[in-house]
Design a protein around this ligand. Sequence first.
Ligand code: PLP
Length: 239
Amino acid sequence: MTLPHDQQLCQRRQELLDRIGEWCDQYGRARDCVRLLAVSKHFPAGDIQTLAGCGQLAFGESYLKEAVDKLDALAGLHLEWHFIGPMQSNKTRRVAERFAWVQSLDRLKIAQRLAEQRPADLPPLNICLQVNISGETSKSGVEPAAAAELAAAVSELPRLRLRGLMAIPAPTIQFGEQRRGFARLRELFEDLTAAGHALDTLSMGMSNDLEAAIAEGSTLVRVGTALFGQRPPPDGVPP
Ligand SMILES: *Cc1c(COP(=O)(O)O)cnc(C)c1O
């Protein structure tokens, strides 16, 4: 017997939380030290509503127009929205106005715009710097060697609160290689903490590298397909 779609989503979430808890135990970490961010890009608002109904409150989106449509549709639910996609200058205003977190900040100019555009009646916008830990294989993210300077500059800006670091490593199925990439991000996090930044968020780990990320100290995993199922193509793009 197959469960209805709604029950399946909630069951998958529970199984995922159980697995995350087991890895936390296995790697000697507290069970509640890793938060689950549900990455809902390309999934319908109805799925988000279902997951909200079984207790999932933090969601990540990468494409602004699609995200804003869903935020509008779900405005009554008081969810915590994270912007995790590429940031261009023309998007900063709506991100500053509508999101609680930006995890994909990699340039000071964007940070300055977000600081100017964050409405004064909202809490500070939570920020993770996206770091390029995979070298030439990725175009986005600040270079590790430039992260300290960007962190220092961002932490001076009003209406932003620097919370930590995020990375999307080059995909590999090799566990040791996954761990080495995440270890680099954790070391950078420790360097910034030692330099006086009060950081609490190490955003690393997606559907295919969760265990390695938890082993290396992730505090927030961003999971799409392992939660929602296979991602449909974006609207208007033929499969
Ligand atoms: C799409 C995306 C994810 C989720 O990826 P899955 O492999 O589906 O879990 C996580 N983080 C970012 C930044 C993404 O763009």
